[in-house]
Design a protein around this ligand. Structure first.
Ligand SMILES: *Cc1c(COP(=O)(O)O)cnc(C)c1O
Length: 434
């Protein structure tokens, strides 16, 4: 499979190069050159396939012959060796739980797939790839976990100071080995900006092989298609039209869902549910794209005001009305998020995390005016990651999973950086604290 740059100036590259470079030379995001629909018989009989077989069928055209079938299946097996249960919340509303991986958020799938692919391509050379990752909380943890001890990789995590939860920060800063954490005096958008700048920094690129493990990287982004297939495998919608609500920040997950639809998956509408960082809901109303300053919310993994992947969605629906017909987007503030967590807990005893709660709210809003649909929202993180907010709102105590118990008393190790220069010096091991 070849990937072209959405900035249209660089030449197309293969999967390995797209994976290793992260961004195209012209600074554009990579996008698959052509997407072939999957077989009808496969799509209609998902329930007869294992998750590994489904994932293999879904991803194989995006890799082509660059990884052989046997090794690709091993990579997939290492990536998705946990459950993706679909749980009923209310009549016509179910949630797909994506938090059963090692770091308790959906990012584990993309991060592990990317790490395994990179290890595969680097297994017989001595290349060192420096993996940069800006995180609003969960990506960094998943990437650290997926890349820990992976041969030929050094990982540098940038996270915004005071904008991630305590458990998230521990997951980012207690890894050591080939994982380094940078605490940035700024927002997630600032972190993301530094990463993007690093890619076009000639000096850095002459010294290091840089790649990004954010959803701008195709190897992180595309495996997220699996979720939608795993959900459809389990749904019994009784011929109703299906709508998915995706709690969205950088819009990678929802964009992967739209590619899944392109592959032929029968999903009839998607909803991008956001917190108060509502650039896209405002854009769909006004046609004016106007990111504002990032606001800190309790659904911090979605505190993104300039979502990187939106440009990919515009590439798919290259007409504003077409976009609006296929995608709705609503935003909800912290008060509404907490009310949703309370009402769902009181009615169904289900504990939503703040991100899932926003997904639920977006779905409810859509179903209000489209009651004939059957809805699924994605539950993107385990509630323990946000236990401070949830325990207060619901007046409960959440049992701490073992993976969290193991890190809760470990010392946080990080370098604090305040500027692009600090960041660059730290990449080049020249950083002096000031
Ligand atoms: C990253 C994240 C999101 C947002 O996903 P995007 O692909 O960036 O839109 C939502 N919920 C949680 C818990 C996350 O970690």
């Amino acid at each position: 499979m070849l990937y072209r740059s959405l900035n249209k100036e660089s030449q197309s590259v293969n999967f390995e190069t797209a994976l290793k470079n992260g961004l195209a030379k012209d600074g554009g995001l990579f996008y698959p050159e052509k997407i072939k629909k999957l077989d009808k018989s496969f799509l209609e009989n998902l329930h007869n396939y294992s998750n590994i077989d489904i994932a293999f069928q879904v991803i194989k055209q995006f890799i082509g012959d660059e990884i052989n079938e046997k090794d690709l299946k091993v990579i997939i097996k290492n990536t998705i060796d946990f459950d993706f249960p679909l749980i009923e919340i209310e009549n016509n509303i179910q949630t797909l739980e994506l938090f059963h991986g090692p770091t308790l958020a959906f990012k584990d799938v993309g991060a592990r797939f990317m790490a395994n692919c990179l290890a595969y391509f680097n297994k017989s050379n001595n290349e060192i790839t420096t993996v940069l990752v800006a995180t609003s909380g969960d990506t960094g943890a998943a990437v650290a976990n997926g890349f820990l001890d992976v041969k030929g990789t050094n990982v540098v995590i940038l996270y915004p100071k005071n904008m991630v939860s305590d458990i998230q920060e521990r997951q980012l800063t207690t890894n050591k080995k080939n994982i380094k954490a940078l605490k940035v005096n700024g927002t997630f958008d600032d972190c993301q900006q530094m990463v993007k700048k690093a890619f076009v920094d000639k000096e850095l690129n002459s010294e290091l092989n840089l790649t990004s493990a954010n959803s701008i990287n195709v190897a992180r982004w595309l495996p997220q298609m699996f979720y939608y297939f795993f959900a459809l495998k389990q749904i019994k919608a009784n011929n109703k039209k299906i709508v998915f609500s995706v709690p969205s920040g950088n819009f990678g997950n929802i964009c992967a869902g739209i590619i899944a639809i392109d592959l032929g998956l029968p999903i009839h509408h998607v909803i991008a549910s956001t917190n108060s960082n509502n650039t896209i809901p405002r854009y769909l109303k006004s046609k004016i794209y106007n990111p504002r300053k990032t606001i800190k919310t309790i659904s911090n993994a979605m505190d993104v005001s300039n979502p990187s992947n939106f440009i990919r969605i515009e590439e798919i629906y290259n007409d504003f009305n077409l976009l609006k017909n296929n995608l709705s987007s609503y935003s909800f503030n912290d008060g509404e998020t907490i009310s949703a967590m309370k009402s769902v807990f009181n009615k169904s005893k289900y504990i939503l995390d703040p991100h899932g709660a926003i997904g639920y709210l977006g779905l409810k809003k859509y179903l209000n005016t489209n009651p004939s649909f059957f809805g699924v929202f994605l539950e993107t993180a385990h509630p323990i990651k946000f236990s401070n907010h949830i325990e207060k709102a619901l007046n409960i105590k959440i049992k701490i999973p073992n993976v969290i118990n193991k890190i809760i008393s470990k010392e946080k190790v990080f370098t604090e950086v305040s500027s692009y220069k600090d960041f660059k010096d730290s990449l080049l091991d020249k950083y002096v604290a000031h």
